[in-house]
Design a protein around this ligand. Structure first.
Ligand code: AMP
Length: 211
């Protein structure tokens, strides 16, 4: 089962992905997490991606397709994946479709998280993440302790106002057209109201998946 979580930065994809993963028993694959780990480790990939990420710009499609190709061939993804933040451009949608077709798979559902820009800016300016396990939090101060692993909470560089503005512009220009691409290709897209309590959004997502 391949599920694409689609939406603006801050729409809640990263919060919902692990919740859906445990309900559906399918692992998550978040390109942002893979890239941040590479930046921390100082690998060639990390060095290539760092500047784009800090500015809120997209990392090149070839890099992203390389990551998902490598990851999806791992045994842990044999039952499928919940893709969080992947498919941010039309070439990525095309590349993913080609890649899945090789193993007789396809995208089974696209969940499009719907939220307006005002709410995004409010959320991202109050967001911190665990520096160790990447769990996102809203309304917790930098320096608080992660409930899940005890790591310290930090603010992502790309949650600073300038980078957020860039990310929203990039979404409108490069990512929003992906939804039309999926609709034109007859993929099962469901729009989900992403505003409200975390558990309510999870329930909406599960209902959209027929659970
Ligand atoms: P995220 O954690 O999903 O918000 O991703 C953080 C940053 O990583 C993005 O702002 C991009 O710079 C980069 N990134 C993550 N996923 C992708 C992707 N699918 N395509 C291009 N860049 C990406």
């Amino acid at each position: 089962m391949i599920i694409v979580l689609f939406g603006k930065p801050g729409a809640g994809k990263g919060t919902q992905a692990p919740l859906l993963a445990s309900e559906l028993n399918v692992p998550t694959l978040a390109t942002g997490d893979v890239l941040r780990a590479a930046v921390r480790a100082g690998t060639v990939l990390g060095v290539k991606a760092k500047t784009c990420m800090e500015r809120g710009e997209l990392v090149p499609d070839s890099v992203i397709l390389g990551i998902i190709g490598e990851e999806l061939s791992e045994p842990q993804y044999a039952r499928g994946a919940i893709l969080d933040g992947v498919v941010r451009t039309v070439p990525q949608a095309e590349g993913l479709q080609r890649m899945l077709a090789v193993s007789g798979r396809k995208v089974d559902a696209v969940l499009a998280f719907d939220i307006d820009n005002e709410e995004i800016v409010r959320r991202l300016s109050g967001r911190t993440v665990c520096e160790r396990c990447q769990t996102p939090y809203t309304g917790r101060e930098v320096g608080s302790v992660c409930e899940r692993c005890g790591g310290g909470l930090v603010r992502r560089k790309d949650d600073e106002p300038d980078a957020v503005r860039t990310r929203l512009r990039v979404y409108d220009e490069q990512t929003a057209p992906v939804l039309d691409w999926y609709l034109q290709h007859g993929e099962p897209v469901t729009v989900i109201d992403a505003v409200g309590a975390v558990e309510d959004v999870t329930q909406r997502a599960l209902r959209a998946l027929g659970r």
